[in-house]
Design a protein around this ligand. Structure first.
Ligand code: CP
Length: 312
């Protein structure tokens, strides 16, 4: 991969999409598109990051993000090393500082971290000289998820999202995906709506750059894409949702409801999905669904992120 001399990536870390300009975002998504081509070859490997070391430090569960970072690094010929909370000395009480410094002593080029505490990635970025990628920190941010969501929509809408509206539906309050997508989609020109029960809308949302609804039928009118969010029961206090059946009745995206949106409205979900709770089973696999395109885009986007950070 040759460097584009007209553009300079200036970030040591990727902690949040809010650090990205429109130029950064366009460059990263264009780069991801060129890497996606490698993912379709019979031999899916190039020597671009040969000799680079990437540590995947996942202190929270993950299927998509962890696997796709691992595959992304390996397809670029980097050495990837995975560390999970279970089976590591974090479970013996080792602090984030000591874990970070221990990993740094092994001279990685990049550490990818997922953590339940908001700010964990930024803490490591200040502490350590290697590049840090935030793979999701508490309720705060999930930058590569927002990038892969924009990549998936760009495949359908083209590079300008002007005139498009996306609805994010469900548990907004606990969602780092909602926060990161609001910034990035707005940067690309898309209007963003949020809809959920008032107990799952964050305090202060009226000041955010979005329209807010508690009625799903009203929220869906005129939208071009709808992203359902998982109910994050593990992050919720007791009492926010008295009854899951009632939640499903009021907020589950069904075919009947999707018909209220613009024709061809796309369906997204960052996963993992609770089929029948926030998204009807048939809609998860419907022709308008981009769910598996999102997963595939995740590998290409993470290849671009690792390339930009490890070769800066
Ligand atoms: N979307 C997402 O972050 O999925 P995982 O938790 O499986 O990584």
């Amino acid at each position: 991969m040759e460097k584009d001399n007209r553009y300079l990536w200036k970030h040591k870390d990727l902690l949040d999409v809010t650090q990205l300009s429109r130029e950064d975002t366009d460059h990263l998504l264009d780069l991801a598109a060129s890497f996606q081509e490698i993912n379709k070859r019979p031999v899916k490997k190039v020597p671009t990051l040969k000799g680079k070391s990437i540590i995947l430090f996942f202190a929270e569960n993950s299927t998509r993000t962890k696997t796709s970072f691992d595959i992304a690094g390996k397809r670029l010929s980097a050495d990837t090393h995975a560390l999970s909370k279970s089976g590591s000395s974090i479970n013996k009480g080792e602090s984030l500082k000591d874990t970070g410094q221990t990993l740094m002593a092994m001279n990685p080029d990049v550490i990818v971290i997922r953590h339940s505490s908001s700010g964990a990635a930024e803490y490591l970025a200040r502490l350590l000289p290697c590049s840090i990628v935030n793979a999701g920190d508490g309720w705060h941010a999930h930058p590569t998820q927002a990038l892969l969501d924009s990549y998936s929509l760009r495949q359908v809408w083209g590079p300008s999202f002007k005139g498009k509206t996306l609805l994010i539906l469900g548990d907004i309050a606990h969602s780092r995906v909602a926060r990161s997508n609001l910034y990035l989609l707005s940067l690309l020109g898309c209007k963003v709506r949020f809809c959920g029960p008032s107990t799952l809308l964050p305090p202060g949302i009226d000041g955010w750059n979005c329209e807010v609804f508690t009625d799903i039928e009203e929220a869906l009118k005129g939208v071009d894409a709808c992203m359902c969010l998982r109910l994050q029961l593990e992050r919720q206090e007791a009492g926010l949702l008295p009854d899951l059946l009632e939640y499903s009745r009021r907020f589950c995206l069904t075919r009947e409801r999707l018909n209220l949106a613009n024709p061809g409205c796309k369906v997204l979900h960052p996963g993992p999905m609770n089929r029948g709770l926030e998204i009807a089973d048939e809609l998860a696999d419907c022709p308008e669904s981009l769910v598996l395109d999102q997963v595939s885009a995740g590998v290409a986007v993470r290849m671009a992120v690792l390339y930009l950070l490890a070769t800066r």
